[in-house]
Design a protein around this ligand. Structure first.
Ligand code: ADP
Ligand code: MG
Length: 652
């Protein structure tokens, strides 16, 4: 028996393996070629491919071209016009720098090119094989041609069958090519781009060289994105090596569930940067409804000394010094821009007919109490100090100032108004939102984002049944609604529509009628003293009558859904007595909780009505807007999963 000997791998195999690390699929070869063309100062780049780029990938540019003398070596490893000495690695501004791309591609595909420099009388054509000029045509051939370079890559991975098998179908590979071209087209605005399938007339991408970035977004990603774009300009931070940072991001009004991962260019190259991606996702999480994804494009220029682009063979993943500081700085700016943007939203003001049972006591005039305890911290809320306040503009017009048309539908006045969304900069609200975010439970997020309502189990116990995937759940919808309405309250804080009671109702009467007389004076006083705050933050209007203040409006949390007014007195009472008025965060959070309680559907007998409400209103909201926390797991019980049930049935 002979002992197997360890032999060095054949050089060709080594090269092929190395090439496979750089070129993963047609789109990654194209990325290198696009970068080369942009480096060559092209202002026009045309891409064409056959079979998703596998059969043919052709890229034509009008750049500086390659000198005839260099043609013999451009496909050799470590030949690059961009790097002379090692130290240059640290000051390289162009995309390529290692001289590996063309060499690699020539080891796993048939590469040919036609190129012409400005001072050459003709163009030159040559073919390459495994890093060298092809033995069959060892000299460049003179041909007619225009300035610039056309590079053709044919039969990619022809000698790399395992890679060939791992590729996606041509249509998918082509989609990735279009995606890469789109991203470079978005970034390199001085360059015109086209991209199409070879032999077809229609371009899948066609952008003129002068087109602005916004126009490019519109052309590539559609008007829904383009019309909600904000321009971002982040202040440089030289001490961290951040020389420039600009970008385009969508505002909080952009609702899109399709995820387009953020596009980052660092020093002109398309890269992924996980820490930055995560920070941005978190920032948007506070503003967008759950599951909604922003569009983000950022271009960062960093001091090249700080950047290490060599960490990954495909140069996708970038590392840089002061990463945390720079990521924080950029994310903070985005948060600021989002918080400051006025976005228009449509509000509906509905009229409500509460007619709370007015007893004989209804005309009792509320008398000023004798022992009224002063409430020390109130003034703080009336005019919050600058740093706590978010929105400093108290003169901001109220919704009613925007009322445009009034129509009478079925005897109910429904008034629609379009208004600016008020900016909320209260630190406490940010913190409350953050708390919700932090507490989110991944598993439950998954369950609720894909839930389908099945039916009411018991309306008296507020139990419903829903399905997600192959699992069946029973849930306490009272508890779910409480969390849901709390979160809606938080998200729309200061921006609620209003429900107008058909007739303002005396707070004191309401409390008396419901036997809530303990601390009644204090409760009433809270609403008088905090009138401005209630109106501004909660759309709760108190009619101006210090003797007998009346409640005129309630916040409208969800269009078309009215809270059960039998709970109104309790809401007022608890707002006055159960809320900690000494601490801003506790106070606003507490009021939002009371509001949520008011909105939770009451236990009832009518499961038909409840089913309709759950199916048409509540469940879609749970799906779209609830960010469930782990505690809700107590209120949601998995009762069966279909595969399990099938197994049971099979045995029967
Ligand atoms: P790198 O870009 O890292 O230098 P490449 O293998 O991608 O390495 O390219 C090798 C060299 O070939 C480049 O440095 C450049 O001089 C030349 N080159 C490649 N593509 C083009 C092009 N489209 N126009 C002009 N020169 C090119
Ligand atoms: Mg290159």
């Amino acid at each position: 028996m002979t002992t197997p000997r360890i032999r060095p791998l054949e050089e060709a195999v080594v090269n092929r393996i190395a090439a496979g690390e750089i070129v993963l699929a047609p789109y990654s070869a194209l990325k290198e070629l696009l970068e080369n063309s942009i480096d060559a100062q092209a202002t026009s780049i045309d891409v064409a491919c056959k079979e998703g780029g596998l059969k043919l990938l052709q890229i034509t540019d009008n750049g500086v071209g390659i000198a005839k003398d260099d043609l013999a070596i451009v496909c050799e490893r470590f030949t690059t016009s961009k790097l002379r000495k090692f130290e240059d690695l640290q000051h390289i501004a162009t995309y390529g720098f290692r001289g590996e791309a063309l060499a690699s591609i020539s080891h796993i595909a048939h590469v040919s090119l036609v190129t012409k420099t400005r001072d050459s009388p003709c163009a030159w054509k040559c073919r390459y094989d495994a890093g060298h000029l092809d033995a069959r045509t060892p000299e460049p051939q003179p041909v007619a041609g225009t300035d610039g370079t056309t590079l053709v890559v044919e039969d990619l991975f022809y000698n790399f069958p395992s890679r060939l098998h791992s590729l996606r179908p041509p249509a998918e590979e082509y989609a990735k090519i279009v995606d890469i071209v789109s991203k470079y087209a978005l970034h390199a605005t001085h360059v015109g781009f086209t991209c199409k399938k070879y032999g077809t007339a229609a371009n899948d991408i066609a952008l003129r060289s002068g087109m602005s970035q916004k126009e490019r977004v519109r052309a590539i990603y559609g008007s829904a994105v383009a019309s909600e774009l904000l321009e971002l300009e982040v202040e440089p931070r030289a001490e961290y090596g951040l020389l420039k940072c600009t970008g385009l991001i969508t505002n909080v009004n952009y609702d899109n569930k399709k995820s387009t991962p953020p596009i980052f260019f660092i020093n002109g190259r398309l890269v992924s940067c996980d820490p930055l991606r995560r920070a941005i996702a978190q920032t948007y999480g506070t503003y967008l409804p759950k599951g909604h994804k922003p569009f983000v494009y950022l271009s960062l220029e960093l001091d090249s000394v700080n950047v290490d682009v060599n960490v990954h063979p495909t140069k996708r993943e970038v590392r840089f010094l002061f990463e945390d500081e720079i990521v924080d700085h950029v994310a903070q700016k985005i948060a600021e821009v989002l918080a400051n943007t006025d976005v228009s939203r449509t509000f509906l003001t509905q009229q409500l007919l509460p007619s709370p049972k007015r007893s004989a006591t209804s005309d009792v005039v509320f008398s000023t109490p004798k022992k009224l305890r002063p409430l020390p911290s109130f003034s703080q809320y009336k005019r919050p100090s600058e740093h706590k306040l978010v929105r400093t503009d108290f003169a901001q017009p109220t919704l009613t100032a925007y009322l445009s048309q009034k129509t009478s539908v079925d005897g109910v006045d429904s008034t629609q108004s379009r208004t600016e969304r008020a900016k909320v900069k209260l630190k406490s609200i940010f913190e409350l939102k953050e708390d919700v975010e932090q507490a989110a439970d991944d598993r439950l997020v998954e369950v609720f984002s894909k839930m389908t309502f099945i039916g009411v189990v018991d309306p008296r116990k507020r139990l419903m049944c829903f399905q997600q995937d192959v699992k069946l759940y029973i849930a306490d919808y009272g508890a779910l609604c409480y969390e849901l309405f709390y979160q809606i309250g938080l998200a729309d804080f200061s921006n609620f529509g209003r429900l107008r009671l058909s007739e303002p109702v005396s707070i004191a009467d309401l409390l008396l009628e419901n036997g809530l007389t303990d601390q009644m004076d204090e409760v009433v006083q809270v609403f008088v003293e905090m009138k401005d705050m209630f109106k501004e933050y909660f759309s709760i209007e108190i009619d101006d009558d210090a003797q007998n203040p009346k409640l005129a409006t309630l916040p409208l949390l969800v269009k078309g859904y009215e809270p059960d007014l039998s709970k109104l007195a309790l809401f007022l009472y608890r707002s006055g007595t159960k809320v900690d008025w000494e601490d801003e965060k506790k106070c606003l959070g507490g009021l939002l909780q009371q509001l949520a309680l008011l909105y939770v559907p009451v236990a009832c007998e009518d499961d038909g009505k409840m089913a309709e409400l759950l199916e048409t209103t509540i469940c879609p909201l749970l799906k779209k807007r609830l960010l469930p926390n782990a505690e809700l797991a107590r209120d949601v019980v998995e009762i069966a999963n279909l595969p399990g049930l099938y197994r049971v049935f099979e045995r029967c």
